[in-house]
Design a binder for this molecule. Structure first.
Ligand SMILES: Cc1ncc(COP(=O)(O)O)c(C=O)c1O
Length: 344
């Protein structure tokens, strides 16, 4: 496993020796009673760093997003969300299934933003026929793209002006922070709640922190328990998160550099590659090569979800040498120009 080059996601990292040592040494208690000192420290550190009154530790980003949505919206309320946002595409519709909310998906602009006029158009009038629109949910980074700070400010100001609340799925917000070299409060400004994952890119084995006002976090804590997320001696995981925050944030720049290198190398083969913003590279693979390329890469120890629009993700466990080896495997694919994958 250690020698595989796994470019499927930045969630595949394993805790480093230093992180494991911090986990082993963690002081713990029962967090449902609020007794875990390491969880409490993580929550205090993240709230302080981002300039929010309160924070709550969750096992996963999915649960943190769902608890946030359930806290902002009641049964029969609507939230506006990007068509490609993880909340809409990849969380099993939990907000509708478990929270009784109605998602209103909206098309993104090419940069990932949802144009303000589209948001304005989607807000329902106060009419007995319509659901009540309560929340705008954005995601940053979105598919590796960093949303511009002035857009985020304008969108959250607009939402608030129309009586909506604003939630940010910041699963990879640290990538945006490092890319733009902005401070943490600035990156999270304008939102009523922000969900930050520690297990994507930062290398922790699990854990997400939700930020918000005291009363919001109090209610989110109730939903977390109802959703089965009340963990006990969770300080072992929180210690990994604290270690990640201390040691693995600034190094995200290496992942961004590696993504640029990977993109350039794939382009040199003649493939169509989007210019990466952060740690995700999107490359078009001719449909007839998908299965054969997948098998070819797997034989060379490169794990990648090959599709016609392939996403490759750089991370802590894919240093420069592995990126070079992955490129070598792509270059060794026998015949990019063949019409059929069976012909080589
Ligand atoms: C943008 C985004 N939000 C939320 C999540 C959910 O996180 P988790 O897998 O911890 O539930 C993911 C997972 O990859 C994600 O990419």
């Amino acid at each position: 496993m250690q020698n595989l080059i796994d470019l499927r996601s930045d969630t595949v990292t394993r805790p480093t020796p230093g992180m494991r040592a911090a986990m082993a040494a963690a002081e713990v208690g029962d967090d449902v009673y609020g007794d875990d000192p390491t969880v409490n420290r993580l929550q205090a550190v993240v709230a302080e760093r981002f300039g929010y009154p309160s924070a709550l530790f969750f096992p996963t980003g999915t649960q943190s997003n769902l608890a946030a949505l359930m806290t902002h919206c009641g049964r029969g309320d609507e939230f506006l969300v990007g068509q490609d946002a993880h909340i809409h595409t990849s969380e099993q519709g939990g907000a509708a299934v478990l929270g009784g909310m109605m998602p209103q998906p909206l098309q993104h602009a090419p940069g990932g933003e949802i144009p303000i006029e589209r948001i304005a158009h989607a807000i329902k009038p106060d009419d007995v026929h319509y659901v009540r629109t309560r929340l705008l949910a954005l995601e940053n980074t979105l598919g590796g793209r960093v949303l511009p700070a002035d857009y985020l400010r304008a969108a959250t100001d607009f939402a608030h002006g129309r009586g909506l609340r604003a939630h940010l799925d910041g699963a990879r917000l640290f990538n945006a922070i490092v890319k733009l070299n902005v401070d943490e409060p600035a990156a999270a400004a304008g939102f009523d709640s922000v969900s930050l994952c520690l297990s994507k890119g930062l290398g922790a084995p699990a854990g997400t922190v939700l930020l918000g006002e005291d009363s919001f976090i109090g209610q989110a804590r109730r939903w977390r328990k109802a959703l089965g997320g009340g963990m006990r001696q969770a300080g072992i995981l929180a210690a990994a998160g604290l270690y990640a925050l201390e040691h693995h944030v600034q190094r995200l720049a290496e992942d961004h550099d590696n993504a640029q290198r990977l993109a350039a190398g794939l382009r040199a083969i003649g493939l169509e590659v989007e210019q990466p913003h952060t740690n995700m590279v999107f490359v078009d693979i001719p449909e007839n090569h998908v299965a054969a390329l997948s098998a070819h890469l797997a034989e060379r120890g490169v794990l990648a979800c090959i599709t016609p629009h392939t996403r490759l993700v750089t991370h802590l466990d894919a240093p420069r040498s592995k990126i070079e080896a992955a490129l070598q495997a792509f270059r060794a694919y026998p015949d990019w120009s063949s019409e059929s994958s069976g012909s080589w």
